[in-house]
Design a binder for this molecule. Sequence first.
Ligand code: COA
Length: 173
Amino acid sequence: MEPGDDVSGFSCGNTDLDDFLREAPRLLSLSVVQVYLAFAEEQVVGYAALLNDSLKLATSEKKKLKLRYDDHPVIPGIKLARLAVATALQSCGLGTRLLRLAYHVARAQAAVGCRVLIVDAYPQSVRFYESRAFRRARKTPNARTISDDENVTMWLDLHTTPDWAKLPPGSRF
Ligand SMILES: CC(C)(COP(=O)(O)OP(=O)(O)OC[C@H]1O[C@@H](n2cnc3c(N)ncnc32)[C@H](O)[C@@H]1OP(=O)(O)O)[C@@H](O)C(=O)NCCC(=O)NCCS
């Protein structure tokens, strides 16, 4: 996202997600989020918002990452803080393309430890993420990720490459 991008016409059917995009320039200037926009005919038709985060995993989940029980339970990652597609273009593959972009951005974090892609999914979007190989995080005491009770924290191991992530980030399908 660049200063001056016109996001005023964006609507995905969820007021919080629409409002977030209008607030994004301020948040970007404060370096607390990075926003990637998708355009069609010069209109913003989707976006993904990313930031650094971490996730406290249970021992059984750490084993899936080949970490030992005595390795640190807090796993570094990238949070897909928001993902939204304009109502008219939903179910056309754009959400998956933005997810792929997020995956590749997270995989490119070679300068720092980064093992998982994290999302706090709306209950109605859990199926979308499950079908793209995200797992529901088990509830752990003092969970460290930024989440509220209603959303479902989910994660994807960045050492795996699901089919949808195999194409380069900008690919259509
Ligand atoms: C969820 C969302 C990002 C998916 O993007 P998309 O471009 O519609 O999705 P794709 O075309 O890549 O993939 C289609 C999948 O999205 C699901 N989907 C479509 N519209 C959806 C909606 N409004 N809410 C949740 N899931 C939706 C479809 O059921 C389909 O699932 P399947 O592949 O498992 O059958 C998009 O629909 C959206 O912006 N929804 C409203 C906002 C929202 O719920 N954002 C998620 C925040 S966690």
